[in-house]
Write a protein that binds this ligand. Structure first.
Ligand code: ATP
Length: 817
């Protein structure tokens, strides 16, 4: 338990330029504590100030000057409290001061600049940054936002909030459990998985607070707001969970009714506010008087909710917001006096730690099992079910401990379970037998020394494996090459036919465009083209494109001569970042990861090439393309929606600032234009509706995109699997063919026991596959390699021969070892 008095800070609000300032000074007292003093003229007749006294001095933890930064306030006021909350203690920070003195500015912040963010948004950023750097913790954050107005509680995050008037909303009510803990009914707690989520909830709550300012409740001045962060933290692998709450409280303006000069409904409100602040004061007075045993928390909703923060299980900090204008001196001194009383209150903060319920359950379960075993032993009831692996292990550990230490008792860990005791006895018997039998010398042949394989033999083995793998790849690639050559021949026949057909000009023209990698050529080419490609030409062009390794978009073939469609065609030809970048990147990533996963991360060059060729003609390509296109479309849509969410958010911020200004003008008593305010409110409603709508659509679109990405990944995985099956089929077919051929070859005289015969020189390829080094094949150059047929293409065949020679050299080297 940590005993600590409530820490008090004060912050001076910058005065308006024309205002007369009060006579004040900031210095330190004898103990070096910061102090603010006000000189009060005797003629001041405000009832709350002791007129006999001239100078008032108040001590604070720190006095923040008029030009202090929000960042400094966060560092000194909020950071220590949050750190305690992160360690499992409850925390509260509340701002108290007269209307307009800067409470909301301090707690929530100003909307104008990013640097004006107040304690709440900075706290949320701090919490998420803290855990990001500490992966050893699991944490969850929930957020609730309560508004107390005229002694009634309202949930600022209630989804119905936006549709109804504040007064029509379900009220948040209090109830006390048997342990006298206060609970809030109808107050929702929303999980926030990221900083963005949490800030969004704050934004929604603040906007609701503003929107709910119906004619009955025209200013946040008259309500109390409590933003609560509910934190659950657990160290990975630990059984204890810490749950702590952080209340960030913006109280209503503290000025006295006599000064507000209000009547009618406003007077009722003022009375309520003053009454609840009056009850707050009563609680504080009671807590500061040691002799008082009763603390009147129950008198108001606000004191009931903040019960723990005041004299309870919490580390609490107050920030008094002060005006230094002479007109407000009376209120300023009264705020400082209140703070001094608060500073006396001692809280007893307790670490909110509990055992993880799931671990507790498993612990209780094992206790129950233990007790059941004991009961069975005592009542003579025998269990005959088999011991589980876990139980067997437990017995082994117990016997080991027993044999190692004469004082240990196996009963301590195995209990009275007859089955376990039996197992322990068996283990002890085995150990005793083993100890009694003299160890027989092991027969020499049984001594197996795993000597490291001689390097050369190991290398030879690996080289042989690689060679056999490459042989296989060559066979498949040669097959594919042949197929490609056949297609090339077909394509050239087709081109010839096309050139003679009436649509030849257009076809050749388009083919030229597609074969030319320069996009501007594609663009200008399209502009001067005669018209859309005739339908009967399209399949041929597609096929020719495919042969050249180009995906010809069908849409281009249908384009006419207009510049707009030509530009679109050019865009399709060279997908830009905004249309295709994202999904192309994704698809590349998917492809790479799929390859790495399925092909074991190390694609040999031959296999990789085969994969590329296989992919080009893959029957599932149109489906993959359709998915990619859908993804592209959705990325574009998501971008648009994101922009519209941002626009609405900015509009709301602007309107909020406008409403705030209008409210201030009214609070200062200047003429205010109610129609302008009404228009601002209407615009706000409109922007909110748009925000909500775009946000919802964006959310569901995100889910759809994720789903589509998943589907695309599945298709890619299927592609690689199909390739694998095809590859395996090809490999076994080739292996069978090779075996059939080599079986017929005679073993040359003199070749013995696995020793290879030197190869003939010149262009004649050496012996067959590495897996059969003892065999030598005779024959012509064309069928020189076992199982490998040459392609008939001069260049390719020369490469294959070079490979075979290199392989033979390797074999020769390896056999010398
Ligand atoms: N330290 C400051 N620096 C700059 N502007 C400030 C500061 N404090 C307050 N303001 C501005 O003064 C105005 C009133 O402040 P704010 O609304 O925070 O007062 P408040 O005490 O919350 O009033 P209320 O009790 O009516 O809610 C706002 O426009 C705010 O931006």
């Amino acid at each position: 338990m940590v005993k600590q008095t409530i820490q008090i800070f004060c912050r001076l609000k910058p005065p308006s330029s024309k205002a007369r300032l009060s006579n004040y000074d900031v210095d330190s007292d004898a103990e070096g504590k910061p102090r603010i003093s006000f000189v009060c003229p005797r003629e001041l007749t405000d009832g709350s100030v002791n007129n006999k006294k001239e100078q008032f001095k108040f001590r604070f933890e720190r006095v923040f000057a008029t030009d202090c930064r929000q960042e400094d306030v966060f560092e000194h006021v909020a950071r220590p409290v949050i750190n305690n909350v992160l360690s499992g203690y409850n925390g509260t920070i509340f701002a108290y001061g007269q209307t307009g003195s800067g409470k909301t500015f301090t707690v929530t912040g100003g909307a104008e600049r990013y640097a004006d963010r107040g304690i709440i948004p900075r706290t949320l950023s701090y919490i998420f940054a803290y855990f990001e750097q500490r992966p050893e913790f699991e944490f969850s954050l929930g957020v609730s936002y309560l508004e107390i107005y005229n002694e009634n509680g309202y949930d600022l995050l209630d989804p119905k909030h936006e549709a109804a008037r504040l007064e029509d909303l379900p009220k948040v009510t209090l109830f006390e459990d048997a342990g006298q803990q206060i609970h809030l009914k109808n107050l929702s707690v929303h999980p926030a998985a990221s900083e963005e989520d949490a800030l969004n909830l704050l934004f929604v709550g603040d906007t609701n607070r503003m929107i709910a300012e119906t004619p009955m409740n025209q200013a946040s001045t008259r309500s109390h707001c409590i933003f609560t962060a509910h934190l659950t933290v657990k160290e990975v692998g630990s059984a204890t969970v810490r749950r702590a709450k952080l209340h960030l409280v913006d109280l209503a303006g503290s000025e006295r009714v006599s000064k507000t000069g209000v009547n009618g409904l406003l007077l009722t409100e003022a009375k309520y506010i003053n009454l609840s602040l009056h009850y707050l004061e009563q609680v504080i007075v009671a807590l500061s008087e040691r002799s008082r045993s009763h603390v009147p928390y129950r008198n108001s909703m606000m004191t009931s909710v903040l019960r723990d923060s005041l004299g309870g299980n919490c580390m609490t900090t107050m920030i008094a917001t002060l005006s230094v204008e002479s007109a407000n001196l009376g209120e300023t001194i009264s705020t400082c006096r209140f703070a001094q009383r608060v500073a006396i209150i001692k809280n007893d903060a307790v670490l909110n730690e509990e055992l993880d319920p799931s671990l507790l359950i498993s612990r209780l379960r094992s206790e129950v099992a233990q007790l059941k075993a004991e009961i069975a032993a005592l009542t003579g009831e025998q269990r005959d079910d088999e011991l589980t692996e876990e139980e067997l292990q437990m017995c082994r550990a117990a016997v080991d401990a027993f044999l190692a230490d004469t004082n240990a008792s196996p009963l301590a860990s195995v209990g009275f379970d007859g089955r376990k005791l039996g197992q322990c006895f068996r283990l002890i018997r085995d150990a005793a037998k083993a100890a009694a039998t003299p160890a027989e010398p092991a027969p020499p042949q049984q001594i197996v020394t795993i000597a490291p394989e001689p390097l050369a033999t190991k290398e030879v083995r690996e080289l042989r494996e690689t060679i056999s793998q490459r042989d296989n790849e060559i066979v498949i690639l040669v097959g594919m090459l042949k197929q490609e050559k056949r297609r090339a021949a077909e394509a050239s026949v087709m081109l010839q036919q096309m050139a003679e057909s009436p649509g030849a000009n257009i076809f050749l023209y388009y083919l030229k465009i597609w074969l030319n990698p320069n996009p501007s050529f594609a663009s200008t080419g399209c502009q001067s083209a005669a018209g859309p490609v005739a339908q009967e030409v399209q399949p041929h062009l597609l096929q020719a494109g495919r042969y050249c390794g180009i995906d010809v978009p069908l849409s281009l073939l249908a384009f006419g001569r207009s510049p707009a469609s030509a530009a679109a065609a050019a865009a399709l030809h060279q997908p830009t970042e905004s249309t295709g970048g994202e999904s192309d990147r994704l698809s590349q990533q998917l492809e790479q990861s799929a390859k790495a996963r399925i092909l074991g991360g190390q694609l040999s060059l031959g296999r990789q090439e085969a994969f590329e060729l296989f992919k080009r003609d893959y029957a599932g390509n149109p489906e993959i393309e359709r998915h990619k296109q859908r993804l592209r479309d959705n990325y574009g849509l998501a971008k648009q929606l994101g922009a519209s969410v941002n626009e609405s958010r900015q509009a709301i911020e602007r309107l909020k600032a406008g409403l705030e200004r209008a409210r201030l003008r009214r609070a200062l008593g200047s003429e205010s234009d109610s129609s302008e305010e009404a228009a601002l409110r209407a615009d706000m409603e409109q922007s909110k509706a748009e925000y909500r709508d775009s946000f919802q659509r964006l959310k569901s679109l995100k889910a759809e995109i994720e789903h589509q990405q998943h589907q695309l990944e599945m298709l890619k995985v299927r592609l690689v699997k199909d390739f694998e099956a095809w590859w395996a089929e090809q490999s076994s077919a080739n292996a069978a063919a090779a075996a059939a051929t080599t079986a017929a070859w005679p073993t040359p005289p003199g070749s013995a026991g696995g020793r290879a015969v030197a190869a003939s020189s010149g262009s004649r390829p050496p012996s067959g596959a590495g897996s059969r080094p003892g065999k030598q094949r005779t024959g012509s150059t064309g069928d020189a390699a076992a199982g490998i047929q040459l392609t008939g293409d001069k260049e390719t065949d020369a490469e294959i021969m070079a490979f075979m020679r290199a392989r033979q050299n390797l074999l020769k080297q390896s056999q010398r070892h």
